[in-house]
Design a protein around this ligand. Sequence first.
Ligand SMILES: C[S@@+](CC[C@H](N)C(=O)[O-])C[C@H]1O[C@@H](n2cnc3c(N)ncnc32)[C@H](O)[C@@H]1O
Length: 198
Amino acid sequence: MDGHENPLRRQADAAFIRSWLKSPLKMGAVSPSSRALGRRMAEAVPDEPADGVVVELGPGTGVVTGCLLESGIEPDHLVCLEYAPEFCTLLRARFPRVHILQGDAYAPPAALKRALAGRPLRAVVSSLPLMTRPEHDRERAVAGYLDLLPPGAPFIQFSYAFAPPVRARHVGAEATVSPWIKRNLPPARVITYRRDGG
Ligand SMILES: C[S@@+](CC[C@H](N)C(=O)[O-])C[C@H]1O[C@@H](n2cnc3c(N)ncnc32)[C@H](O)[C@@H]1O
């Protein structure tokens, strides 16, 4: 961490509040994710394949991004897709070696395929506010990312809701649900969807 990190974090927090005031449904959260939540999501990312790419959806202020990097994921192996241009600018300043793409995770841009450059996917890590979208959109999005993942590789999503945002059987997957992470505002759980190879 260098001397630029704290001012950038403050800018990120201010950007979060501005985005929330402008578009609360796009944010789907009242505050940035906690590091406890970010670490829990990072722990669900497998080590293999070592050359695999992790795609992060809706990175926002970059709390989860930071935890993914701290867990040992190489910046070149991390591709972030964020809708809000202001967050993209901040993320590029905070994480200059990570691929930051601006776009809609429900209609992934061609740049996502280019950034993967034929490399396998290791995991998709999502902070998307899925519950603000109709069930059909959520299922289509999660199923689309599961199609990109090799069998057994996880789609990792956090949620504040009591019911999972997507029913696993509707996307042909199995799901595991973490205990509530109380050190987050509000408390959240991490839901991990996987399809087996059979
Ligand atoms: C819950 S907030 C981000 C939480 C993030 N972990 C943090 O700590 O800042 C959700 C994020 O998803 C982004 N987002 C919402 N809809 C999106 C979409 N369709 N495509 C990509 N990003 C989206 C929002 O701009 C916001 O940054």
